[in-house]
Design a protein around this ligand. Sequence first.
Ligand code: KIV
Ligand code: NA
Length: 277
Amino acid sequence: RKKVTIKKLHQMREAGTPIAMLTAYDYPTARACEAYGVDMTLVGDSLAQVCLGYDSTTRLTLDEMLYHCKAVARGSKTPFLLADMPFGSYQAGADDAVRNAVRLVQEGGMEALKLEGGEEIVELVRRMTRVGIPVMAHVGLLPQRHTSCSGYRVQGKDAASAASVLRAAQALEDAGAFAIVLEAIPSKLGEYITRQLSIPTIGIGAGPGTSGQVLVWDDMMGTWNGHKAKFVRRFAEAKTAHKSGVTGYVEAVRQRSFPDESESYCIDDGEWEAFLR
Ligand code: KIV
Ligand code: NA
């Protein structure tokens, strides 16, 4: 497979070829994205919940994100590789945001970064884009703001809210975003925004009319025990495999049926007698 570039992603949008984006959090998940045809690998800050056991993405630090980015980067060659800027790493002024973004590129090995927000981050997106850090925008439901929004809510359900999502998407494209995630909005709005923009739209809970789709690894693999959003489809039942693997192992140890002869090392009879003498 050939390296996926921004140019390739834009060509896919123009050709109407759907873009498949998936999250990865470590070396093995990155290898799976690499091996099985994912176009864009995202080190999502969903890392906080599905890998680190936090209750919200807002708990994830820049250093934690960097640590996981490095592992993903070691396992990723072909897919376009990007990460979420963690909550707090791009809110304390443009200089601080650019410094943190540079760390994710330089130390973390990321090619681009994703930023949640609307018109209030347009200036920052312009600045990052100008210095050569490609930005993927993210509008609609913004998980990093679940507290100020009193929960995880579908956005754009009324005319005013739909208009503000569209306006934000347009402003972010104008500021130089190379692509945009649309999260939890009505599918009509997802399709409408996709037609209005000239950059790829990547939907999660935004219907089938976007340029591509993204899901969280653990959601689509069926390993996640928590809440399952309406937009999640389980493409595998990895939890079932984990359960039978772990229970089978524990049982075999208890019954002493593991290890057997073929899984054990032997010593020459003569050597053994000598040892005993
Ligand atoms: O953190 C994440 O995994 C994401 C995607 C689901 C868009 O932001
Ligand atoms: Na995220």
